[in-house]
Design a protein around this ligand. Structure first.
Ligand code: DAH
Length: 345
C-alpha cells in the first residue's frame, strides 16, 4: 500500500489492519533471508508503514473511537513484530549454520607443502670450490663484470694484438667517447690485478664470478659462464706449492683417490703455465688452467718480482659441475628447467 495514504477515516484504518493481519503472517513466513525480512518489517510496521500512518492519523479520528482504534493498531503491530522477531531468530540461526558449513576445515587433511627453492647447481659448485680454498686460508673477493681493457688484458700481459682482444672473441660495451675500451670481462683474472693493486703481499685469494665471451651456444659453450680464479703471492712460492694446492683441491672436490697431472700450456699472465687434468669417469679431463705469476703482471700492479713469487689458477664452474654430475650438455644447466634443476638439491 502507498505509505502516504491518508488514513484519516476509521473505516480505512480498520480495513488496513484486517489486510495486514490477513497477509502479514504468510509473507513473514515466506521470507528467505534476514535481509529480505528487514525490508518486509519496514514495510509492515516501520516508520513509513500503514501502522505508523494509522497512529499518526489517530489525532484526527472521532474522540470516542480513538481508544479502540489505537488499541487495534497496537494489537496488529505487536502481533506482526512478534512474528518478525521469531522469523529473524530462525533465519539468523540458519544463516549462521550455512556460514559454518561453508567455512568448515578438515583438520585431518594432509598439509600442503610449499615448494622449496634450491641453490642453482652452478652456484652450489662455485660455493663448494670457494669453500675448499677458504679452508686453506684463502680470502674471497668479487669484481666488476663490466671491465676495462687494461685490467682484462693489458695488466695481464696480453700483447697489444692478442687475438682475444678481437671483437670476434670479446663483447665490447659502447660507452661512447671514453679514453679506454670497456668490455664484458672474458675471465675472472682481472681481479688478480685489481686485488694486488689494492693489497700488499702476501695474497691468498679466490674470486668466483660471471664471465662473457662471444661464443655460440652449443653443448660445451655459452656466451655467459662462470669461473673461480685463484691467486697466491708470497715470498718463495714455488711450482711445487701450486701442484700441492691444486692436487689437494682435486682430492677434495672429486675424491681422495683422484689422479692429477699437469700438462704444459701457455697463458700470457703465467710462466710457466699448465693445465691440470684429472682422471675421472674413466678418462682424463682438463679441469683448470694455472701457472706461476708472470713478472710482468707483478710490475703492472706495483709488486717487485724480485721480492715475491706466486701462482694463479682459473677454472670454469660449468665444466666442474658437468664433471661432478656427469652432465654432458651445458645447456641443461642454463635452461632453467625445474625438473632438471631440482635434481641437484
Ligand atoms: N683466465 C684463464 C681463462 O679464462 C684461466 C686461467 C689460466 C686463469 C691460468 C689463471 C691461470 O689464473 O693462471 O682461460
Amino acid at each position: 500500500m502507498d505509505p502516504t495514504t491518508n488514513l484519516s477515516e476509521p473505516m480505512d484504518i480498520q480495513e488496513t489492519l484486517e489486510r495486514l493481519r490477513g497477509e502479514g503472517p504468510g509473507r513473514i513466513e515466506q521470507v528467505e533471508s534476514t535481509e529480505a525480512l528487514e525490508d518486509l518489517a519496514a514495510e509492515l510496521t516501520g516508520k513509513r508503514s500503514p501502522i505508523a500512518a494509522g497512529r499518526r492519523s489517530l489525532g484526527s479520528a472521532p474522540p470516542e473511537q480513538r481508544r479502540d482504534l489505537g488499541r487495534a493498531i497496537n494489537d496488529v503491530a505487536v502481533e506482526l513484530d512478534a512474528l518478525i522477531d521469531a522469523r529473524r531468530s530462525s533465519l539468523e540461526a540458519a544463516e549462521a549454520a550455512d556460514a559454518l558449513a561453508a567455512d568448515r576445515v578438515d583438520v585431518t587433511l594432509p598439509g600442503r607443502a610449499p615448494p622449496h627453492g634450491t641453490i642453482h647447481v652452478i652456484q652450489q659448485v662455485m660455493d663448494e670450490i670457494v669453500d675448499i680454498f677458504v679452508a686453506m686460508g684463502y680470502t674471497v673477493a668479487t669484481g666488476p663484470e663490466v671491465e676495462t681493457e687494461f685490467y682484462n688484458f693489458t695488466a695481464l700481459n696480453f700483447g697489444a694484438a692478442h687475438p682475444s682482444r678481437f671483437e670476434s672473441d670479446t663483447l665490447y660495451v659502447d660507452y661512447g667517447d671514453v679514453p679506454e675500451d670497456i668490455l664484458l670481462r672474458t675471465h675472472t683474472s682481472p681481479m688478480q690485478a685489481r686485488y694486488m693493486e689494492q693489497h700488499d703481499p702476501p695474497v691468498y685469494l679466490v674470486v668466483p664470478g660471471r664471465v662473457f665471451r662471444r661464443d655460440q651456444v652449443d653443448p660445451t659453450h655459452s656466451p655467459v659462464f662462470h669461473q673461480v680464479e685463484g691467486l697466491a703471492v708470497d715470498t718463495d712460492i714455488t711450482f711445487g706449492d701450486l701442484k700441492g694446492v691444486l692436487a689437494h683441491f682435486a682430492h677434495e672436490f672429486l675424491g681422495p683417490d683422484t689422479r692429477v697431472k699437469f700438462i704444459p700450456h701457455f697463458f700470457p699472465f703465467t710462466e710457466p703455465s699448465a693445465e691440470m687434468h684429472v682422471f675421472t669417469n674413466g678418462r682424463w679431463m682438463e679441469l683448470l688452467g694455472c701457472g706461476m705469476v708472470h713478472p710482468a703482471v707483478f710490475e703492472a700492479v706495483g709488486y717487485d718480482p724480485d721480492q715475491v713469487t706466486g701462482f694463479a689458477f682459473g677454472m670454469g664452474a660449468e665444466r666442474l659441475a658437468m664433471v661432478r654430475h656427469g652432465v654432458t650438455d651445458l645447456r641443461h644447466l642454463f635452461d632453467s628447467d625445474q625438473r632438471i634443476l631440482e635434481q641437484y638439491r
